[in-house]
Design a protein around this ligand. Structure first.
Ligand SMILES: Cc1cc2nc3c(=O)[nH]c(=O)nc-3n(C[C@H](O)[C@H](O)[C@H](O)COP(=O)(O)O)c2cc1C
Length: 305
Protein backbone atom coordinates (compact mmCIF):
# COMPACT_ATOMS: atom_id res chain seq x y z
CA UNK A 1 0.00 0.00 0.00
CA UNK A 2 1.44 3.24 -1.25
CA UNK A 3 2.91 5.24 1.67
CA UNK A 4 1.96 2.60 4.26
CA UNK A 5 3.67 -0.76 3.73
CA UNK A 6 7.11 0.75 3.21
CA UNK A 7 10.36 -1.13 3.79
CA UNK A 8 10.49 0.41 7.26
CA UNK A 9 7.01 -0.87 8.04
CA UNK A 10 7.69 -4.31 6.58
CA UNK A 11 10.92 -4.73 8.52
CA UNK A 12 9.37 -3.93 11.90
CA UNK A 13 6.21 -5.86 11.04
CA UNK A 14 8.23 -9.01 10.29
CA UNK A 15 10.02 -8.75 13.61
CA UNK A 16 6.83 -8.53 15.70
CA UNK A 17 4.19 -10.38 13.68
CA UNK A 18 4.88 -11.98 10.31
CA UNK A 19 2.65 -14.88 9.24
CA UNK A 20 2.86 -13.49 5.70
CA UNK A 21 4.31 -15.61 2.88
CA UNK A 22 4.80 -12.84 0.34
CA UNK A 23 5.03 -9.07 0.59
CA UNK A 24 4.49 -6.60 -2.26
CA UNK A 25 6.05 -3.18 -2.51
CA UNK A 26 3.83 -0.19 -3.09
CA UNK A 27 3.93 0.53 -6.83
CA UNK A 28 7.20 1.70 -8.36
CA UNK A 29 6.71 3.98 -11.36
CA UNK A 30 8.53 2.91 -14.53
CA UNK A 31 8.63 5.80 -16.97
CA UNK A 32 10.66 6.88 -19.97
CA UNK A 33 13.51 8.27 -17.83
CA UNK A 34 14.47 4.68 -16.93
CA UNK A 35 15.36 5.77 -13.43
CA UNK A 36 13.55 5.00 -10.22
CA UNK A 37 13.25 7.70 -7.58
CA UNK A 38 15.58 7.42 -4.59
CA UNK A 39 12.64 6.42 -2.40
CA UNK A 40 11.73 3.64 -4.84
CA UNK A 41 15.30 2.32 -5.00
CA UNK A 42 15.35 2.17 -1.19
CA UNK A 43 12.20 0.01 -1.35
CA UNK A 44 13.90 -2.74 -3.32
CA UNK A 45 17.64 -2.52 -2.61
CA UNK A 46 19.26 -4.28 -0.92
CA UNK A 47 17.17 -7.25 -1.95
CA UNK A 48 14.48 -8.21 0.57
CA UNK A 49 13.36 -11.83 1.01
CA UNK A 50 9.79 -12.81 0.11
CA UNK A 51 9.30 -9.43 -1.52
CA UNK A 52 7.70 -8.88 -4.90
CA UNK A 53 8.29 -5.43 -6.39
CA UNK A 54 5.27 -3.95 -8.10
CA UNK A 55 5.57 -1.94 -11.31
CA UNK A 56 3.19 0.76 -12.54
CA UNK A 57 3.45 1.70 -16.20
CA UNK A 58 1.53 1.57 -19.48
CA UNK A 59 4.59 1.27 -21.69
CA UNK A 60 6.09 -2.08 -22.59
CA UNK A 61 9.70 -0.98 -22.93
CA UNK A 62 9.54 0.95 -19.64
CA UNK A 63 8.15 -2.17 -17.95
CA UNK A 64 10.96 -4.28 -19.38
CA UNK A 65 13.58 -1.78 -18.24
CA UNK A 66 12.17 -1.97 -14.68
CA UNK A 67 11.89 -5.77 -14.79
CA UNK A 68 15.53 -6.09 -15.82
CA UNK A 69 16.61 -3.63 -13.14
CA UNK A 70 14.76 -5.71 -10.55
CA UNK A 71 16.16 -8.98 -11.92
CA UNK A 72 19.66 -7.55 -11.49
CA UNK A 73 18.74 -6.62 -7.90
CA UNK A 74 17.91 -10.30 -7.28
CA UNK A 75 14.12 -10.49 -7.67
CA UNK A 76 12.53 -13.50 -9.38
CA UNK A 77 9.01 -12.14 -9.60
CA UNK A 78 7.61 -8.72 -10.42
CA UNK A 79 4.00 -7.66 -10.22
CA UNK A 80 2.16 -5.49 -12.72
CA UNK A 81 -0.30 -2.99 -11.28
CA UNK A 82 -3.57 -2.98 -13.24
CA UNK A 83 -5.69 -1.87 -10.33
CA UNK A 84 -4.76 1.61 -9.10
CA UNK A 85 -7.95 3.73 -9.38
CA UNK A 86 -6.59 7.21 -8.61
CA UNK A 87 -7.32 9.86 -11.27
CA UNK A 88 -3.66 10.91 -11.68
CA UNK A 89 -2.83 7.29 -12.56
CA UNK A 90 -6.03 6.30 -14.37
CA UNK A 91 -6.11 9.28 -16.75
CA UNK A 92 -2.58 8.45 -17.92
CA UNK A 93 -3.80 4.99 -18.91
CA UNK A 94 -1.86 3.35 -16.07
CA UNK A 95 -3.07 1.07 -13.26
CA UNK A 96 -6.80 0.46 -13.75
CA UNK A 97 -6.52 2.79 -16.78
CA UNK A 98 -4.96 -0.19 -18.59
CA UNK A 99 -8.24 -2.07 -18.25
CA UNK A 100 -10.13 0.61 -20.19
CA UNK A 101 -8.63 -0.36 -23.53
CA UNK A 102 -8.45 -4.17 -23.91
CA UNK A 103 -6.73 -4.04 -27.32
CA UNK A 104 -3.96 -1.89 -25.93
CA UNK A 105 -3.70 -4.11 -22.86
CA UNK A 106 -3.32 -7.13 -25.12
CA UNK A 107 -0.50 -5.51 -27.10
CA UNK A 108 1.24 -4.53 -23.86
CA UNK A 109 1.00 -8.05 -22.43
CA UNK A 110 2.17 -9.60 -25.73
CA UNK A 111 5.27 -7.40 -25.57
CA UNK A 112 6.23 -8.04 -21.96
CA UNK A 113 5.47 -11.76 -21.96
CA UNK A 114 7.60 -12.37 -25.03
CA UNK A 115 10.72 -10.87 -23.40
CA UNK A 116 13.61 -13.03 -22.21
CA UNK A 117 15.72 -12.78 -19.07
CA UNK A 118 13.20 -11.03 -16.89
CA UNK A 119 11.58 -12.22 -13.66
CA UNK A 120 8.26 -14.05 -13.73
CA UNK A 121 5.31 -11.69 -13.99
CA UNK A 122 2.26 -11.68 -11.74
CA UNK A 123 -0.67 -9.30 -12.16
CA UNK A 124 -2.84 -7.34 -9.76
CA UNK A 125 -6.17 -6.39 -11.31
CA UNK A 126 -9.75 -5.32 -10.78
CA UNK A 127 -12.77 -6.83 -12.55
CA UNK A 128 -13.31 -3.83 -14.79
CA UNK A 129 -13.45 -0.07 -15.04
CA UNK A 130 -17.19 0.66 -14.92
CA UNK A 131 -19.05 -2.59 -15.28
CA UNK A 132 -18.25 -5.98 -13.75
CA UNK A 133 -19.29 -7.59 -17.06
CA UNK A 134 -15.94 -6.37 -18.40
CA UNK A 135 -14.40 -9.19 -16.36
CA UNK A 136 -15.07 -11.84 -19.03
CA UNK A 137 -13.07 -10.12 -21.73
CA UNK A 138 -10.25 -9.24 -19.33
CA UNK A 139 -9.95 -12.83 -18.09
CA UNK A 140 -9.85 -14.09 -21.69
CA UNK A 141 -6.95 -11.75 -22.38
CA UNK A 142 -5.01 -12.73 -19.23
CA UNK A 143 -5.59 -16.42 -20.01
CA UNK A 144 -3.43 -16.08 -23.15
CA UNK A 145 -0.24 -15.41 -21.18
CA UNK A 146 1.92 -17.40 -18.74
CA UNK A 147 1.05 -15.25 -15.73
CA UNK A 148 2.63 -16.49 -12.50
CA UNK A 149 -0.36 -15.45 -10.42
CA UNK A 150 -3.33 -13.09 -10.79
CA UNK A 151 -4.44 -11.20 -7.73
CA UNK A 152 -7.99 -10.01 -8.19
CA UNK A 153 -9.59 -7.22 -6.22
CA UNK A 154 -13.24 -7.80 -7.15
CA UNK A 155 -14.26 -4.21 -7.59
CA UNK A 156 -14.43 -1.98 -10.65
CA UNK A 157 -12.32 1.14 -10.87
CA UNK A 158 -15.33 3.35 -10.11
CA UNK A 159 -15.82 1.54 -6.79
CA UNK A 160 -12.34 2.58 -5.62
CA UNK A 161 -12.02 0.55 -2.40
CA UNK A 162 -15.61 0.78 -1.20
CA UNK A 163 -18.95 -0.94 -1.74
CA UNK A 164 -20.04 -4.51 -2.10
CA UNK A 165 -17.51 -6.92 -3.59
CA UNK A 166 -18.32 -8.05 -7.15
CA UNK A 167 -18.12 -11.74 -6.35
CA UNK A 168 -19.93 -12.93 -9.49
CA UNK A 169 -17.34 -11.21 -11.66
CA UNK A 170 -14.62 -12.81 -9.54
CA UNK A 171 -16.22 -16.23 -10.07
CA UNK A 172 -16.29 -15.64 -13.79
CA UNK A 173 -12.61 -14.75 -13.90
CA UNK A 174 -11.73 -17.73 -11.75
CA UNK A 175 -13.52 -20.04 -14.20
CA UNK A 176 -11.70 -18.60 -17.22
CA UNK A 177 -8.18 -18.43 -15.78
CA UNK A 178 -5.90 -21.42 -15.53
CA UNK A 179 -3.05 -19.72 -13.62
CA UNK A 180 -3.05 -19.45 -9.78
CA UNK A 181 -5.58 -16.88 -8.56
CA UNK A 182 -5.32 -14.88 -5.34
CA UNK A 183 -8.33 -13.17 -3.74
CA UNK A 184 -7.97 -9.63 -2.42
CA UNK A 185 -10.55 -7.48 -0.69
CA UNK A 186 -12.12 -6.71 2.69
CA UNK A 187 -10.52 -9.54 4.67
CA UNK A 188 -10.49 -7.99 8.14
CA UNK A 189 -11.04 -11.00 10.38
CA UNK A 190 -11.03 -14.79 10.28
CA UNK A 191 -14.76 -14.92 9.48
CA UNK A 192 -14.21 -12.90 6.27
CA UNK A 193 -11.68 -15.42 5.03
CA UNK A 194 -13.94 -18.33 6.01
CA UNK A 195 -16.75 -16.85 3.93
CA UNK A 196 -14.52 -16.42 0.88
CA UNK A 197 -12.97 -19.86 1.35
CA UNK A 198 -16.43 -21.45 1.55
CA UNK A 199 -17.71 -19.56 -1.48
CA UNK A 200 -14.62 -20.31 -3.58
CA UNK A 201 -13.13 -23.62 -2.43
CA UNK A 202 -10.50 -23.38 -5.18
CA UNK A 203 -8.99 -20.30 -3.53
CA UNK A 204 -6.19 -20.91 -1.06
CA UNK A 205 -4.26 -17.65 -1.41
CA UNK A 206 -5.33 -14.25 -0.19
CA UNK A 207 -3.77 -10.81 -0.22
CA UNK A 208 -4.61 -8.57 2.72
CA UNK A 209 -4.16 -4.81 2.72
CA UNK A 210 -6.12 -2.60 5.10
CA UNK A 211 -7.14 -5.51 7.33
CA UNK A 212 -3.55 -6.33 8.16
CA UNK A 213 -2.64 -2.71 8.93
CA UNK A 214 -5.71 -2.51 11.19
CA UNK A 215 -4.80 -5.77 12.92
CA UNK A 216 -1.16 -6.77 12.42
CA UNK A 217 -1.95 -10.07 14.20
CA UNK A 218 -4.38 -11.05 11.45
CA UNK A 219 -2.04 -13.19 9.33
CA UNK A 220 -0.79 -15.06 12.40
CA UNK A 221 -4.36 -15.48 13.58
CA UNK A 222 -5.41 -16.95 10.25
CA UNK A 223 -2.51 -19.39 10.42
CA UNK A 224 -2.77 -20.42 14.03
CA UNK A 225 0.08 -22.81 13.64
CA UNK A 226 2.48 -19.97 12.80
CA UNK A 227 5.14 -19.26 15.42
CA UNK A 228 4.31 -16.31 17.59
CA UNK A 229 0.56 -16.83 17.83
CA UNK A 230 -0.84 -15.68 21.17
CA UNK A 231 -4.44 -16.18 22.12
CA UNK A 232 -3.75 -14.09 25.25
CA UNK A 233 -5.19 -10.59 24.68
CA UNK A 234 -2.92 -8.82 27.22
CA UNK A 235 0.10 -10.34 25.51
CA UNK A 236 -1.19 -9.12 22.15
CA UNK A 237 -1.61 -5.54 23.38
CA UNK A 238 1.92 -5.59 24.75
CA UNK A 239 3.25 -6.78 21.46
CA UNK A 240 1.28 -4.21 19.47
CA UNK A 241 2.55 -1.43 21.71
CA UNK A 242 6.19 -2.55 21.34
CA UNK A 243 5.67 -2.79 17.58
CA UNK A 244 4.40 0.81 17.42
CA UNK A 245 7.25 2.06 19.62
CA UNK A 246 9.84 0.43 17.41
CA UNK A 247 8.10 1.65 14.27
CA UNK A 248 8.33 5.19 15.62
CA UNK A 249 12.08 4.84 16.09
CA UNK A 250 12.58 3.13 12.74
CA UNK A 251 10.76 5.98 10.98
CA UNK A 252 12.74 8.54 12.98
CA UNK A 253 15.88 7.09 11.39
CA UNK A 254 14.70 7.52 7.82
CA UNK A 255 12.40 10.56 7.91
CA UNK A 256 13.18 14.20 8.58
CA UNK A 257 11.84 15.21 11.96
CA UNK A 258 9.07 14.46 14.37
CA UNK A 259 6.33 15.96 12.20
CA UNK A 260 6.96 13.48 9.38
CA UNK A 261 7.11 10.55 11.79
CA UNK A 262 3.86 11.67 13.40
CA UNK A 263 2.25 11.86 9.97
CA UNK A 264 3.26 8.26 9.19
CA UNK A 265 2.01 6.96 12.53
CA UNK A 266 -1.29 8.77 12.08
CA UNK A 267 -1.70 7.15 8.68
CA UNK A 268 -1.35 3.74 10.33
CA UNK A 269 -3.75 4.70 13.10
CA UNK A 270 -6.29 5.66 10.42
CA UNK A 271 -6.62 1.88 9.84
CA UNK A 272 -5.81 0.62 13.35
CA UNK A 273 -8.31 2.97 14.96
CA UNK A 274 -11.22 1.13 13.36
CA UNK A 275 -10.74 -1.68 15.86
CA UNK A 276 -11.15 0.62 18.86
CA UNK A 277 -14.65 2.05 18.44
CA UNK A 278 -15.03 2.77 22.16
CA UNK A 279 -11.86 4.91 22.31
CA UNK A 280 -13.19 7.80 20.28
CA UNK A 281 -11.60 10.53 22.42
CA UNK A 282 -8.14 8.94 22.49
CA UNK A 283 -8.26 8.29 18.73
CA UNK A 284 -9.20 11.90 18.12
CA UNK A 285 -6.22 12.94 20.25
CA UNK A 286 -3.91 10.78 18.13
CA UNK A 287 -5.29 12.51 15.05
CA UNK A 288 -4.73 15.97 16.58
CA UNK A 289 -1.36 15.24 18.23
CA UNK A 290 1.34 17.80 17.35
CA UNK A 291 4.20 16.32 19.38
CA UNK A 292 5.46 12.89 20.27
CA UNK A 293 4.37 13.25 23.92
CA UNK A 294 0.79 14.05 22.96
CA UNK A 295 0.77 11.12 20.58
CA UNK A 296 2.27 8.66 23.09
CA UNK A 297 -0.21 9.72 25.77
CA UNK A 298 -3.17 9.20 23.42
CA UNK A 299 -1.87 5.77 22.33
CA UNK A 300 -1.58 4.69 25.97
CA UNK A 301 -5.21 5.68 26.47
CA UNK A 302 -6.32 3.62 23.47
CA UNK A 303 -4.63 0.59 24.99
CA UNK A 304 -5.65 1.43 28.58
CA UNK A 305 -2.07 1.29 29.82
C1 LIG B 1 -3.78 3.88 0.82
C2 LIG B 1 -3.77 2.73 -0.14
C3 LIG B 1 -2.67 2.53 -0.95
C4 LIG B 1 -2.65 1.48 -1.87
N1 LIG B 1 -1.54 1.28 -2.66
C5 LIG B 1 -1.51 0.22 -3.51
C6 LIG B 1 -0.37 -0.03 -4.35
O1 LIG B 1 0.63 0.70 -4.35
N2 LIG B 1 -0.40 -1.13 -5.14
C7 LIG B 1 -1.49 -1.98 -5.18
O2 LIG B 1 -1.49 -2.98 -5.91
N3 LIG B 1 -2.57 -1.75 -4.43
C8 LIG B 1 -2.60 -0.68 -3.61
N4 LIG B 1 -3.71 -0.50 -2.82
C9 LIG B 1 -4.83 -1.46 -2.89
C10 LIG B 1 -4.63 -2.62 -1.92
O3 LIG B 1 -3.51 -3.37 -2.31
C11 LIG B 1 -5.85 -3.54 -1.95
O4 LIG B 1 -6.06 -4.00 -3.26
C12 LIG B 1 -7.11 -2.84 -1.47
O5 LIG B 1 -6.89 -2.05 -0.34
C13 LIG B 1 -8.20 -3.88 -1.19
O6 LIG B 1 -7.73 -4.85 -0.28
P1 LIG B 1 -8.02 -4.73 1.31
O7 LIG B 1 -9.50 -4.66 1.47
O8 LIG B 1 -7.41 -5.99 1.87
O9 LIG B 1 -7.35 -3.49 1.78
C14 LIG B 1 -3.76 0.58 -1.95
C15 LIG B 1 -4.86 0.78 -1.11
C16 LIG B 1 -4.89 1.84 -0.22
C17 LIG B 1 -6.12 2.03 0.62
Amino acid sequence: MEGVTTRTYRTVFRKYFGGVDKYFTPFLVANQTHHFKKREIAEVTPMEDELVPQILTCNGSDFLWAAKYLAAAGYREVNLNLGCPYPTVFTKGKGSGMLADPDRLERFLAEIFSAQDIPEISIKTRVGVKDPDEATKLAEIFACYPVKEIIIHPRVREDYYQGKLRLEAFRMMLQTLSCPVCFNGDICEAADWQKIGNTFPAIDTIMIGRGLIADPMLAITLKREAPGYHADEAENVKRLKSFLDELWYAYSDVLYGERDVLFKMKEIWYYMGRRYHDRERALLDIKKARYKDEYADAVSRVFDI
